[in-house]
Design a protein around this ligand. Structure first.
Ligand SMILES: [Zn+2]
Length: 582
């Protein structure tokens, strides 16, 4: 047993996948919406007995380890570690992985230590702590998010270098990690005199910081974020996700805000399922990440023009997301933090949420009648371009209905225009960035072969028992032949090999095909049926088989192996007798 088989033996694939998507029992399998691509009907299928999954929509497939590698974008070893942590598995000593102190690990260790160091400094700094209190944050929230304060001045940098040295972090590490920078004769930090917001990646490692000025008279840029690197990519990170994950999954809803303080203020007021972008616009990757955890995303953006513009941009890129998007309308001049701090009840605004597309049409339609003709045409086109990308026809019609009122053009004309645009644009519907591992042309494999193959995958012992399997493999189509050859080799040394062990040895394409064929077959193929299928195949290739046996008999005769000749004759007669009944 290795680490992967151990992990797989400890946690059911159903449990693992159910924390990303809801599955329902359907016969021998479980089905649900695919967490890898947008779809309206569930084509994602899991076999708890074989411990594999397959999506009939985007053809992604594999076992529990590869599920995690694909959904969390990590290596198999990282996937195993995620599952070990998540399910508190006790790994037997002989299976424990030895790790080299890799660059990545060193970086995370650095971020971890900086977080701790700055957090302690914050708790001791009345100015920094006072500022956060003033912004309405409690000690509990400050501690839960490990907020920090990076003190200023040469002395502070000196202490930092000294303290980090005790955790085997060198000055070079601090410079490399963008915590310190080198001046003429001194080291300084771009985070000096800033409140530090530690940011975690989707696996829970601290991977960077947002730093905010807080002293009056500080004229530097309001925010300073860690530099973009392999480990810190603002476009795919969300502040607060680690703390919010659980609550998001429970509520199946997530609030997205624009700033760190907004996020913390929401949490402070009981909306623990809130995350924030890192001072960058929300992009498709953020939406995809969030759609793994929830099916409803609510934007709580600033009420000012910039905030509203940001929402409009999201409306244009969210049409192919499975997640439902709504917009919480805040009064102009207010953001979530300011509103909450004034003691307003934000749930009143949440209750007023609109669907994002409706918001989009309404916003573009403000003062429509007063606009010039060219402006009107351009706005109408923008609205149509967005609506025609929505895959739900009912929703499309509903929005066209609304748009028709806004732009004062008959519904039928809009619909016709929309259809015209859609046919030109149909290619973009294909899911993007989805690993397509199992796209083998299995349509070309005859049903008979598929069934035979499937029967063997369902019960390997069937294959082992059949002596005449030699008249099976050569007649199968290529992907199947190669897979069964691997199985044959394995069976010679391990006649009772478990399915999972065999499956592990296949390449990704083969695994995909096996998963697909297995999950396509609705019922268990019994031994009797298998034999009948096998005879059908042999009947089809009867001439080839006869020729083959003839050649073997000739060989045996030449070698004067009379016993072998008798055996072959017997085999031939038995085979022919069986085939007569087919
Ligand atoms: Zn899929």
């Amino acid at each position: 047993m290795n680490l992967f088989t151990f992990v797989k033996s400890q946690v059911s694939i159903l449990d693992i996948i159910q924390s990303y998507t809801t599955l329902r029992k359907a016969g021998n399998y479980w089905k649900g919406h695919c967490p890898f691509h947008s779809e309206r009907t569930g084509s994602f299928t899991v076999s708890p007995h074989k411990e594999i999954f397959y999506c009939f929509g985007c053809h992604i497939s594999g076992d529990s380890i590869s599920f995690i590698t694909q959904i969390e974008h990590c290596s198999p070893l990282e996937a195993a570690k995620i599952l070990i942590d998540r399910y508190h598995l006790q790994v037997p000593e002989d299976l424990q992985y030895q790790e080299n102190p890799t660059e990545k690990k060193r970086y995370h260790h650095l971020c971890e230590q900086i977080t701790q160091w700055c957090h302690e400094k914050l708790l001791k700094s009345s100015a920094a702590f006072g500022y956060l209190k003033e912004r309405g944050l409690s000690e509990t929230t400050i501690k839960a998010f490990k907020l920090g304060y990076f003190p200023g001045g040469l002395q502070a940098v000196k202490y930092l270098i000294h303290d980090m040295g005790r955790h085997s972090i060198l000055i070079d590490d601090l410079i490399e990690g963008n915590i310190l920078a080198k001046g003429k004769n001194i080291f300084y930090s771009p985070f000096e005199e800033r409140i530090l917001f530690p940011i975690t990646d989707h696996v829970g490692n601290i991977c960077g910081f947002g730093g905010r000025i807080f002293k009056s008279g500080d004229l530097r840029a309001k925010y300073y974020n860690s530099k973009e690197s392999d480990y810190f990519n603002k476009g795919s990170l969300l502040f607060g996700l680690e703390n919010a994950k659980k609550q998001i999954q429970v509520a199946q809803k997530v609030f997205l805000v624009e700033g760190y303080i907004d996020c913390l203020a929401m949490v402070e007021h009981g909306f623990r399922n809130t995350v924030a972008t890192l001072g960058t616009a929300c992009n498709a990757e953020h939406l995809k990440l969030l759609s793994r955890y929830a099916n409803h995303l609510s934007l709580v953006y600033d009420g000012d023009k910039a905030g509203q513009q940001a929402v409009l941009r999201i409306a244009k890129l969210c049409w192919d997301q499975t997640i439902e998007l709504t917009v919480v309308p805040l009064p102009a001049q207010e953001d979530p933090a300011s509103l909450l701090q004034k003691g307003h009840d934000i749930s009143l605004y949440i209750n007023e949420s609109h669907d994002i597309f409706l918001f989009f049409i309404q916003s573009l339609g403000v003062n429509f009648a007063q606009k010039s003709l060219s402006e009107k045409l351009s706005l109408t086109r923008t609205i149509l371009e967005t609506i025609q990308k929505i895959s739900d026809p009912l929703k499309r019609d509903f929005l066209l209905q609304k748009a028709s009122k806004t732009v004062d053009i008959p519904f039928d004309s809009l619909k016709q225009e929309c259809l015209l645009q859609k046919t030109a644009d149909i290619a973009v519907k294909e899911p993007k960035n989805t690993p397509q591992l199992a796209l083998l042309a299995d349509e070309q494999i005859p049903t008979l072969e598929k069934k035979l193959f499937c029967a063997i995958m369902q019960d390997i012992s069937l294959f082992n028992k059949k002596k005449n399997a030699q008249y099976l493999i050569p007649f199968l189509s290529e992907p199947l032949q190669a897979i069964l050859k691997i199985l044959t080799t394995l069976l010679t040394t391990q006649p009772d090999i478990p399915f999972m062990q065999f499956f592990d040895l296949l390449d990704a394409g083969q695994q995909g095909l096996v998963s697909k064929l297995l999950l396509e077959e609705e019922h268990e193929i019994e031994e009797k049926e298998f034999e009948q299928l096998l005879l059908q195949l042999q009947k089809k290739y009867w001439k080839v088989i006869v020729n083959n046996i003839k050649l073997k008999i000739e060989d045996a005769r030449r070698a004067a192996d009379e016993q072998k000749v008798q055996e072959l004759m017997h085999e031939f007669i038995t085979l022919r007798k069986n085939l007569i009944n087919v």
